[in-house]
Write a protein that binds this ligand. Structure first.
Ligand code: NAD
Length: 371
């Protein structure tokens, strides 16, 4: 039975359109071969939208994003707009999307493909088989808390202030995302904060515990201080399944976890919004972690796998198509196992392929899996 799902494609700037082309090919394949029809629409954002319409996120595109089941976002930015004032930066497009879709939960998986275990900065046996997810609170905490700013004091010295602030509802909703996710995985959540030195850390620990006891007692919950969590991530990362943490610690821990698995060109991410009580649906945005890579844009050499793996996350989290997501991830693993690599991953004894050839290889992998 075909069920149409609306997906807004925002390729953006630089390599964004190049890698997104491969995602569209994959989405078309699922429509043709698996009767999973997507209603694809697209729009401009970032620098491309600044050039065309003078804003990084036109209202009409924002309206489409609000109306769609999920947004696939490429990357924005580039030297052309570097000197623009802050409100005319390409990144404002992404910030508006995050704000107006209320994307409070950022999911960053760290998945080590067997064929790339040797490329990690850690020993291969530490990362081989690694599959963890960091759930970072994205719209609260010290990056947003008031008061904030820099002021000059009476004696001429200056004072900088940021405020770390969390409320019960903010902690409850991010905790629920983590517990729900763990139930679909290995059923283990580590909640990470600094309750030894911060009041927000104490509140975080108490409130995560309360949500756990009331609603998710079937999931194993462990608490871990964020400094120890960083250390454990590079000492023995496979002890984790889902890590839930605040905006600041999540920023650091997700970058640490990302590098366990190698190249920027391999890292997907998802940002989820609040569940609509009437429909049960959430706004969601899926994007590769990398930027617009102006140094290689237009050359057809960018690695499309981070964007393709972000689409796999959309299949899993927005469309409840876990089997299709598994199939796509397995196709990516198969391509890597065959030794095909874009330039960013090239090693001795591997074959270098272009962006489009990597897309071709993933499609061939899907064809084979479909029999
Ligand atoms: P970047 O991620 O674009 O590139 C860093 C390095 O990694 C470059 O050498 C690039 O060639 C390489 N790289 C990145 N993605 C790759 C891929 N898929 N395949 C092969 N190589 C890849 O980061 P940057 O250079 O710091 O930023 C470039 C621009 O992107 C800036 O304008 C920045 O503001 C913007 N940016 C946007 C986002 C976003 O849209 N979410 C995120 C980060 C940076």
């Amino acid at each position: 039975m075909s069920t149409n799902k609306s997906l807004l494609i925002l390729p953006g700037d630089g390599i964004g359109p190049e890698v997104m082309d491969q995602v569209v090919r994959v989405a078309d394949w699922f429509g043709r071969e698996r009767a999973v029809k997507f209603d694809l629409d697209d729009g401009i954002c970032g620098g491309a939208a600044l050039d065309a319409e003078g804003t990084a996120m036109p209202d009409a595109v924002m309206a489409k994003a609000k109306a769609s089941d999920a947004v696939m976002f490429g990357a924005v930015g580039g030297p052309k707009w570097d000197a623009n004032p802050f409100h005319l930066k390409p990144e404002q497009g992404l910030l508006r999307l995050r704000k107006e879709l209320d994307l409070f939960a950022n999911l960053r998986p760290a998945l080590c493909f067997e064929a790339l275990a040797e490329a990690s900065s850690l020993k291969a046996d530490l990362v081989s088989g690694l599959d963890i997810v960091i759930v970072r609170e994205l719209t609260g905490g010290v990056y947003f808390g008031e008061p904030r700013g820099i002021e000059t004091l009476a004696d001429g010295s200056r004072k900088g202030v940021d405020t770390q602030l969390y409320t019960t509802p903010e902690i409850h909703r991010i905790a629920r995302v983590a517990f729900e996710l763990a139930r679909k995985r290995r059923n283990l959540v580590h909640s990470s904060e600094k309750s030894n030195v911060m009041h927000t850390g104490v509140l975080w620990r108490e409130e995560v515990t309360a949500v756990h006891e009331a609603e998710y007692a079937d999931v194993e919950l462990r608490h871990i201080l964020s400094d120890n969590c960083a250390m454990q991530l590079v000492r023995a990362p496979k002890q984790f399944d889902v890590i839930v943490t605040d905006n600041l610690f999540g920023d650091m821990l997700s970058d640490v976890a990302a590098m366990l698995t190698g190249s920027l060109g391999m890292l997907p991410s998802a940002s989820l919004g609040a569940e609509d009580p009437a429909t049960g649906k959430r706004h969601a945005l899926y994007e590769p972690v990398h930027g617009s890579a102006p140094d290689i844009a237009g050359q057809g050499v960018a690695n499309p796998l981070a964007c393709i793996l972000s689409f796999a996350m959309a299949l899993r989290y927005s469309f409840d198509l876990g089997d299709e997501a598994d199939m796509l991830e397995a196709a990516v693993a198969g391509v890597l196992a065959k030794g095909l690599r874009t330039a960013d991953l090239a090693q001795a004894n591997t074959s270098r392929v272009s962006t489009a050839e990597m897309g071709d290889a993933v499609l061939r992998g899907l064809e084979q899996a479909a029999g």
